[in-house]
Design a protein around this ligand. Structure first.
Ligand code: 5GP
Ligand code: MG
Length: 178
């Protein structure tokens, strides 16, 4: 696995420090609001697990699964594969995403969730590939802005592999091209 890596973009230590700050900010902003953290499967789960431990206020958890990339190519079709288990009406929702690229996926999810009349919906994304944005998405809690490169690790995959890398990395061209 390590021989497939071109370079490490964000180290384990950098991620952990940033995640702590995000957890503190959410705990401060949502005190008394009992928020629902909604993680988008599967890429966001490593981020979610670390973030959860840094949140010091009562909260609950739910999951959403949507169809997205197959390999590197965007299908353009966003479909809900697994919906939330709970009713979010009048709840404060925080959407947890691994990475925002064009913004199309999140735009769709936000519209769907807002139609259910929550008290509020905010976005927490670990990575922001800003230069690729097509739809303007407000990111309320952002880990890092990254350049236009395909990244893996810390939950994020390439053809379902590399999710278990503890850092965020760019793969060698020969791996992505094959
Ligand atoms: P968007 O709809 O914003 O273009 O794409 C969002 C989703 O595409 C992310 O949640 C993520 O699952 C996937 N994605 C976008 N860029 C990357 C990337 O660089 N690496 C990986 N592994 N997934 C990505
Ligand atoms: Mg995702």
């Amino acid at each position: 696995m390590n021989e497939d890596i071109e370079r490490i973009l964000i180290t384990e230590k950098e991620i952990s420090e940033r995640v702590k700050e995000l957890g503190k900010a959410i705990s401060r902003d949502y005190s008394g609001k009992d928020p629902v953290l909604v993680a988008v499967l599967r890429g966001a789960i490593v981020f979610l697990c670390d973030l959860l431990k840094e949140i010091s206020i009562p909260m609950s958890l739910d999951f959403l699964s949507i169809s997205s990339y197959s390999g590197q190519v965007q299908t353009g079709v966003v479909r809900i594969l697994k919906d939330l288990d709970q009713n979010i009406e009048d709840k404060y929702v925080i959407l947890i995403e691994d990475i925002i690229d064009t913004g199309l996926t999140l735009n769709y999810i936000l519209r769907t969730l807002k139609a259910r009349k929550p008290a509020g919906v905010r976005v927490c994304a670990l990575l922001d590939k800003k230069v690729r944005r097509i739809v303007d998405i407000p990111i309320d809690y952002r880990g890092f802005e990254i350049p236009d490169e395909f990244v893996v690790g810390y939950g994020m995959d390439y053809e379902q592999g590399y999710r278990n890398l503890p850092f965020i990395a760019v793969l060698k061209e020969e791996i992505l091209g094959k």
